[in-house]
Design a protein around this ligand. Sequence first.
Ligand SMILES: *Cc1c(COP(=O)(O)O)cnc(C)c1O
Length: 394
Amino acid sequence: MDRPRVGELSPPDRLLMGPGPSDVHPRVLRSMSTPLVGHLDPAFVDIMDDVQDLLRYVFRTDNQWTIPVSGTGSASMEAAVANLTEPGDTVLVPGNGYFGERMAAMVERAGGEAVFVDAPWGEPLDPAAVEDAFDRHQPDIFGFVHAETSTGTLQPNVPELTSIAHEHDALVIADTVTSLGGVELRVDEWGIDAAYSANQKCLSSPPGASPLTLNDRAMDKVLARESPVRSWYLDLSLLQEYWGDERAYHHTAPITNVYALREALRLVAEEGIETRWARHRRVAGALKAGVEAMGLELDPDDDWWLPSLNAVRLPAGVDDGTVIDALLEEYGIEIAGGLGNLSGDILRIGCMGHSARDENALALVSALGNTLEALDADVDADAGASAARRSLKR
Ligand SMILES: *Cc1c(COP(=O)(O)O)cnc(C)c1O
């Protein structure tokens, strides 16, 4: 094997407006070049406490069990699903998007049975359909996706859904990957028993330390399991030795990633969580106004528009890959295409965290308008750009 000759690392400078990761604030990047300490160093134990307090603030929860899971959002997702699902449990999962299907796959691997509550992709779950599904299947757990990144759909009526589940003695798991730190989310007030998230979406931290919170009811079920969780790495009854009072070794925490998450969360706290939700609505609102004024449509209804992920219908005859490549190569802007049922039909434009800024919404709308005009699509790029500008001046 010859010695490989690789050049110095120099990734291009992108504007990240896809479904995640989002742009990272310079303060967060700087935090990652601060000295490493051990994962059991008293200094790091203090940092862990800070991260847990800050996570409780962004989740709007008093849950003692609030931690960053080592790994990306899917690790936190699997931690929630695998710990709460005991072999033989029935878990009701959402059929209205890509991530409900991932939830179902995790349920099956944990030895549970996944049953779906159906809704079309691009629409939220209807409480009446959830009620029906409860009567039909008597699930032990109900999982839903608060912000479905594959369709740009926000699930409204969360307290109504959690009440249905609790009337049937079921636990509620919420996927808050694309909502945490970006759109209104109130874990305690809304009756969510367990919520998982990721840090590279609306929190704008590099992927690798993924928020998870469980209330006592959920944790009691985990600690009373008859069979051990099938994943050793994600077993919360073992992880509590590290994140609980003992602070004993379980696995080595991704130290630098925890630094980054702490700084990203500190930025959220400085801004104020409600101000941050409002900023996402304002900036994404300009993006939406611009896209609509140029002659395109958002896929979901306005009633369940998700500011952090805008699913834009492609004009007839335009290939999604061509638009995505042109934005990346000519403007340095990353967006994405549709997943699953919506593949080839939509563009997915994120407006998350540090990417959710006025100048980025304006840049995206102009770049998209120009690109589509160059492809002879029936759009008015100038009308889009001025609508976005006007929306921000309001
Ligand atoms: C991104 C995402 C995930 C998975 O997170 P990864 O960090 O990619 O592992 C899960 N659910 C939703 C809704 C997401 O958007």
